[in-house]
Design a protein around this ligand. Sequence first.
Ligand code: TEU
Ligand code: CA
Length: 540
Amino acid sequence: MNQNPNWWQQAVIYQIYPRSFADSNGDGIGDLPGIIEKLDYLQKLGVDAIWLSPVCRSPQYDNGYDVSDYQDIDPLFGTLEDMDRLIAEAKKRDIRIILDLVLNHTSHEHPWFLEAKKSRDNPYHDFYIWREAKPGEPTDGSIADFGYGAWQWVPEVEQFYYYQFSVWQPDLNWSNPKVRQALYDMINWWTDRGVGGFRLDVVDHLGKEPMRHIGKAGPKLHDYVREMSAAAFRRPGLVTVGEAWSANTESAKLYSNPDGSELSMVFQFEHILLDQTPEGEKWDLAPLPLVAFKRVMERWQRELHGCGWNSLFYENHDLPRIVSRWGDEGKCRVESAKMLAILLFGMEGTPYIYQGQELGMTNIHLGLEDYDDIETRNMIAARRKAGYSDESILRSAYGRSRDNARTPMQWTAGENAGFTTGAPWLPVNENHREINAEAQADAPDSIFACYRALIALRKANPVITAGEFRLLLPEDEDLFVYVRDDGKSRLLVVCNFRGHEVPNPFEAETAAMTRLIGNYDSPMGAALRPYEAAMFLEQI
Ligand code: TEU
Ligand code: CA
């Protein structure tokens, strides 16, 4: 195991969505023993840590992002003993386990909430956020992320409780020090059990003050994060990553301050939000504006250099598959998936691979009734009510539904892609016959092999961790080209973002450099081929 306290700056993290990764007992739902069986596969890929989406006890209204017991494993996924075994087996392979901490809200079935709603003088009442009003009175009009109102009436106490996501996810009252202390104790309990780090779900929501209408962050947010860090995160080698949709480069420098006062790194989405229509509705798709994308990536690379740390990602369990989104899921699937990988893995930050991304897994087309995700189902209901056609609703779901990333992992060409011997909880993508781990893990030209090589290259070339970033050809509409430079070596990354040939301004320059990796066998010529990409190195 890398003992450097900042090991995560050289690391690559693999995200597992446990429900969809590997099912060991045939109930159609992935589980912890299933993950243990696949650790050799992950070791072969070369990842340093696994971020597990929530596996704590939960009624699963939001697939575990609604926790009813933070200190137990949901029986769907296994037991605490399975978790101990996973931690130990992963450690044998130099892999750390990162848990997903959902601290903004609990499930409505959490014992704290069951107590809180009994009476106003219950000791847990103040664990949640309440508002005085009579039934039928207008609420503050804010809309929860999943499409419903943000206040819910509880007759027993004649008050509304506040919720940011679904009605089954009441928000915790972070201004109550008892809430904070209970959460810190729980985090330390997990660290004592051997967990190597934490991903903090919606960390930017923790300081909100819903009664004051002052936006999401709130003035106390960074005080809370610093307090939590002092109480629970200053443990040797522990890595922490904060999911923050609202982060900008300024707040990111606080979240990921190199003095360790808050978190190790931030997981922000500015680049991922660029392909929406100008109205900015996530369900309405638009092509990626490449020049704007380059500008955003450049700004994050330059502004955090030396004073913060970013995550590098395209996919997670909330986002569509990148090859379907910004690549070509058809004829150039392999080339475009590799191009996107090469582009991201040359940058500064900690790369994340979401399960199946290393195989070039694609989006799925489900029928309107087959979507499982709560956010998608809410969208379908709202858009039907607003008069959208089924055809247009389906188009949005194909492009953006969170279920695109949640279909079962494609292990083999066989039945149910080798994910389960039972009936999978969400349909397996038909294309598993062609796209699967078995076909790729040993194939030298596979997308898997490309990710594996990129991980090894990051370890072998310090310039990728620490070099300064410089964007070339910022206004070019087709190419994404940049340089990393640490005074000793210079890395050049050239990517053609298009499915057609584009003149190559770097033919002469790259001929003199060492090619570290590329997505075509033969050297780059006068024209870059569709989605052609390569990384070059020279000593200076
Ligand atoms: O997501 C945070 C979040 O803001 C999402 O609602 C996001 O806007 C949406 O998923 C985009 O489609 C986190 C988790 O990653 C997500 O899975 C949870 O549902 C959510 O928090 C609530 O815990
Ligand atoms: Ca199972």
